[in-house]
Write a protein that binds this ligand. Structure first.
Ligand code: SAH
Length: 456
């Protein structure tokens, strides 16, 4: 196995000084880093060309003198001229570790990429071999750690005495801490409530996260969704959420599909409500994963009502709704100055004539209409919109499997859609209707008058 040539340590700098030589962008970058600590940060340079405003650092416009290094923990040299060389020697003579920026030969230490969730820090180093790789890894770690997680570390630290006095069993204490640190939004009140609960019941209370999974690509999940999926004990998901997205969850989480798969038993809404209430009631953390956004045609209203009634904690995590994925795929600005002053998300399925009359007027007036659950009845809906006064030439765009690698786009006018039985590919679809749809990117549009107007 390859051995490390550097030894990662966390250097104590509290009550000490960090000295930086230089006044340009390189010095600024180091100053930003140093200013994250509680050390006194002092820069020495003939001239300060970068903008240090807003940083809690002291700027000294003269060369470094030996006396400046009293009580100094670290020195950064970001000046590759004679002043820098002199400072380097002074620091060496005083036995203070030095780093000359981007000159590995003159470095006693390297600065890793840092994920800062003070007091929690993650340092990533490639021993200077591949800073780009370190930054990439850092971005991935950033995504995994909630912004508030450092606060949790402090909270846990502050509560240690109390926890020990209330929970005597070591394993039970660990379960409490595990429960606490996976609630990045917790404050002292939540932490103490949770503690009282663990002390009384030996376990934490369950929670239901109503999570939007987006349109079906793993990378259209939000970071928060991903994080909560990693914490869930059970993932209850709809059929529309592809396996690859469900797989983003914790490996050993139980998975329950409540969707309407052909030939499979599917759950009624009442059964789903009962299921999530029961699971959370058992103390489980339940990720209720829904396609798109949970609040848009997701029956979230019923589930939230059931959770409230049962007194179960819940949290809602928004997701990219199918209409917005369709807008992105087709480059449709659903609102557009002077063309479309608004955007309506509506269900085509079960829309009554009053709704249709209303939409026909709205889409005539410029509002963009996004119809969900309308693929199978697209021609019928188009025909009825026409009968309520929508224009024959109103632009229509249909995106099947929006936001997914296998998406398919169709473009037409309302008249054409009403007239032609379109042989759509398999998959969920959003129908966009309105003047703004003409601004979309249908560059590869096939002849829209053809009976099937599939666009590659
Ligand atoms: N909560 C979801 C909607 C669920 S209703 C959301 O916000 O997107 C189910 C309907 O959503 C489908 O009939 C279809 O109209 C639409 N839909 C869901 N995923 C889609 C996708 N990837 N592409 C196109 N339409 C989709």
């Amino acid at each position: 196995m390859a051995r490390l040539n550097t030894f990662p340590v966390s250097f104590a700098v509290r009550g000490k000084r960090i000295v930086i030589i230089g006044g340009d962008g390189e010095a600024l970058a180091k100053a930003r880093l140093a200013a994250k600590t509680s050390a006194e940060v002092v820069l020495f340079a003939e001239r300060f060309t970068a903008d240090f405003a807003g940083l809690d650092v002291r700027l000294v416009s003269r060369p470094l003198e030996v006396g400046d290094l009293a009580n100094t923990a670290l020195v950064f040299v970001a000046d590759h001229g004679p002043a820098g060389a002199r400072a380097l020697n002074m620091a060496r003579a005083a036995g203070i570790p030095v780093n000359e920026v981007d000159v590995p030969a003159n470095c006693d230490f390297y600065t890793p990429s840092i994920v800062d969730r003070a007091p929690l820090t993650v340092a990533i180093s490639t021993e200077g071999e591949a800073p780009v790789l370190a930054r990439l890894v850092r971005a991935q770690v950033e995504a995994l750690l909630a912004p508030g997680i450092g606060k949790i570390a402090s909270l846990a630290g502050g509560l240690r005495g109390k926890v020990e006095s209330l929970i005597h069993d070591g394993a039970a204490r660990r379960r409490y801490y595990e429960d606490l640190v996976t609630r990045p939004d917790a404050d002292i009140t939540v932490a103490e409530e949770l503690l009282a609960d663990h002390a009384a019941n030996g376990a934490g209370q369950g929670v239901v996260w109503l999570i939007g999974a987006g349109p079906g690509s793993e990378d259209l999940l939000t970071l928060r969704a991903q994080r909560l999926l990693q914490q869930a004990d059970v993932i209850v998901h709809d059929q529309l959420v592809p396996a690859a997205v469900v797989e983003m969850g914790r490996r050993d989480a139980e998975q329950i599909c409540v969707g309407k798969a052909r030939g499979h038993h599917s759950f009624s809404q009442a059964q789903i409500n009962t299921l999530i209430v029961r699971l959370a009631g058992e103390g489980k953390r339940v990720a209720r994963l829904k396609s798109g956004d949970p609040m848009v045609f997701g029956r979230a209203g019923e589930e939230i009502a059931a959770l409230r009634k049962a007194g179960i904690a819940y949290q809602i995590v928004p997701g990219v709704s199918a209409a917005l994925a369709a807008a992105a795929d087709s480059a449709t600005p659903v609102t557009l100055r002077k063309v479309s002053s608004g955007f309506v998300m509506a269900t085509a399925h079960g829309a009554d004539d009053g709704d249709l009359a209303h939409w026909a007027a709205l889409s005539q007036s410029g509002l963009t209409l996004a119809l969900y659950m309308g693929k199978a009845i697209a021609a019928d809906v188009a025909g009825r919109l026409l009968s309520y006064g929508a224009a024959q030439d109103l632009p229509v765009g249909i995106v099947v499997n929006a936001g997914r690698a296998n998406r398919t786009l169709y473009a037409a006018t309302l008249g054409q859609l009403a007239a032609g039985a379109v042989d759509f590919v398999d998959g969920p679809a959003v129908i966009l209707v309105g003047r703004a749809v003409a601004e979309s990117d249908w560059a590869n549009a096939a002849d829209a008058a053809a009976s099937s107007f599939k666009v590659a």
